[in-house]
Design a protein around this ligand. Sequence first.
Ligand code: ATP
Ligand code: MG
Length: 337
Amino acid sequence: MSHVDLSQDPDALQRIFAGLRLAEPGEPVVAEPLPGGVSSGIYRVALRSGDWCVKQALPRLKVAKEWRVPVERVFHEIEWLRTAHALVPGHVPKVVGEDRATGSFVMPMLGSDHRNWKTLLLAGEIAPGVARQAGDVLGRIHAATADRPHVAERFDTGALFHALRLEPYLEEAARVHPHVADRLLELVARTARTRRVLVHGDVSPKNILVGPQGPVLLDAECAWFGDPAFDLAFCLNHFLLKAAHRPEDAARLMLCFQGFALAYAAHVDWELAASVDARAAALLPALALARIDGKSPVEYLGATTRERVRDGALALLAAPPAMLDGLAQQWTQEFKP
Ligand SMILES: Nc1ncnc2c1ncn2[C@@H]1O[C@H](COP(=O)(O)OP(=O)(O)OP(=O)(O)O)[C@@H](O)[C@H]1O
Ligand SMILES: [Mg+2]
């Protein structure tokens, strides 16, 4: 697969959009970079046929610590988007076409009535209703794919999930904190062997646009048939981190936490909801620690808050609450304004 940046490759762009009959003969096809992507090139292409978004996987992630992953992950993202779009069409973009030669795909560009959820949360625009909807969407995707052998076959991506999630987050945190390494590696092992649903792998507010119909999930490069608790804990972690960052909004952010978890739990019918909850509660402190000392540290926390999150996460790892509810209460105590 070529690693030529699509924005520098007018012939490839022309070929892709003409092939999809989205560009008229002779119509110029120009890729305008969108801000944000650390793992991909992501561009807007405005044509007479409409406003399109093209995403191309990059061979190296744009983060400080060395982190290389195969470009083929884009094909898992395409598969996830297609599978999830069929289940929750209003909440996942439609894949309009793919180009194997450049490792890219085209989807409709969501308009200015869609706003990035992370941006909204960090600006204090915190709507627990959006969190409930997002938990509901995730729960529906998990429930509809649970224990489906044909989905499991298509997303047999354990090695990639390890390279993209378990290694850079949890194993890196284990290297930095040898005294809790055993616990972290136990969580890695349990997560890796729990294969029940179609996991998105990067359910973060950064990857969710909030539009008139509610949340739209993007960025499924880490898709894996695996542990539902990972998606649940991964998203809840963002509410914990933001609550630590913005004490004035902590109460509403913890309502998002609760709303997401409750709406999600309503769909759990492939195992006891309490079992997924307990695994998510176990993973959460590890993920919080990983966003301080892993390979993808959270960028918006000040030095003092970083220390407090690290200490809070280590305390929870040492004495883990059995369930998400207890964990949320402890975090609220720790970070009350
Ligand atoms: N279909 C779309 N319409 C409008 N904006 C989009 C669309 N797809 C992605 N974006 C915007 O581009 C940003 C980056 O997209 P995406 O998350 O898929 O790329 P990425 O490089 O994998 O990101 P990262 O690694 O930073 O999470 C999104 O946060 C979103 O704001
Ligand atoms: Mg993203």
